[in-house]
Design a protein around this ligand. Structure first.
Ligand code: SF4
Length: 273
């Protein structure tokens, strides 16, 4: 299979490849929308995903200046109201930064392709940049698990590589960057990931190597059969791949599925290299 010359990589496509190369092929190369549900119970899972989307929208609206109490009226369920209360309690600290860039997208060339990311928030104060990512997971993942996710690595790398227009035209040093996962269900336990020059170089090499590997792979195999229980059970393509007819329970998945907003290319700030 010829790899598309203008393919744009994101943390979710890199993570899908890491989880299962065939899933990457079906989702990003063949753009196959498969109607199988990812997890059970279906309604509960859909409701949670919609609540997560609405929370992200409310947070974005707050960060562009809509009063928190006005937005609170949108919280149509006790769960969302609780999330909003927790967010409102932390909001003064989050919003006290000198500059706030909610829902900002960055992009940089790498390995012959482009890598892009859309951030929930980049907050800049005293030359220090904090990346916030809101997570509505019902279970708080371990820091060790989050630290090796492509999102943690790609977001910090992209901000150091392509974020100078957020810093008066000067690149952020990796040591000036920190990423925080803020959990609606666990507001007192954010996961913090500082950054340094060694990690920046390691991430550049790792991202570039992986992008080259994916683009030159030619074949995208299914995960091994002994991974069916862990990976295929929560995958939307499982009936297409003949990897089981029934979905796993979302409460048992290692990490909950999120609906990724499509990145609008015209919103992406380009950099010249
Ligand atoms: S069902 Fe399994 S093999 Fe098929 S794409 Fe999903 S994770 Fe990969």
């Amino acid at each position: 299979m010829e790899f598309p010359a203008l393919f744009t990589f994101s943390q979710s496509s890199l993570q899908d490849y890491a989880d299962c190369a065939r899933r990457f092929q079906l989702r990003y190369l063949e753009r196959l929308a498969w109607p199988a549900i990812e997890t059970e119970p279906t309604l509960e899972n859909e409701r949670r995903q919609q609540a997560g989307q609405l929370f992200h929208r409310m947070a974005q609206q707050a960060l562009v200046g809509i009063p928190l109490d006005k937005l609170e009226k949108l919280a149509g369920s006790p769960e969302l109201a609780k999330w909003w209360q927790s967010f409102s309690a932390d909001y003064p600290k989050i919003a006290s930064a000198e500059k706030l860039y909610p829902e900002i997208a960055l992009s940089a060339p790498l390995g012959g392709y482009r890598l892009t990311a859309k951030f929930d928030l980049v907050a800049v104060s005293n030359g220090k940049a904090t990346i916030y990512d809101w997570k509505t997971y019902h279970k708080r993942p371990r820091n060790e698990f989050l630290s090796v996710r492509w999102q943690t690595r790609a977001y910090r790398w992209l901000l150091a590589e392509a974020g100078k227009h957020l810093n008066g035209g000067k690149d952020f040093a990796p040591e000036q960057i920190e990423m925080i996962y803020w959990f609606t269900e666990f507001p007192d336990e954010p996961a913090r990931f500082p950054y340094n020059a060694g990690q920046f170089e390691r991430d550049r090499a790792g991202l570039e190597k992986t992008i080259r590997e994916i683009s030159q792979a030619g074949e995208y195999p299914k995960v091994d059969e002994n991974e069916i229980d862990k990976t295929c059970r929560f995958c939307t393509y499982r009936s297409y791949c003949a990897r089981g007819a029934s979905a796993g329970d979302w409460r048992e998945a290692e990490i909950e599925a999120e609906i990724m907003p499509e990145i609008m290319l015209d919103q992406i700030a380009e950099i010249e290299l």
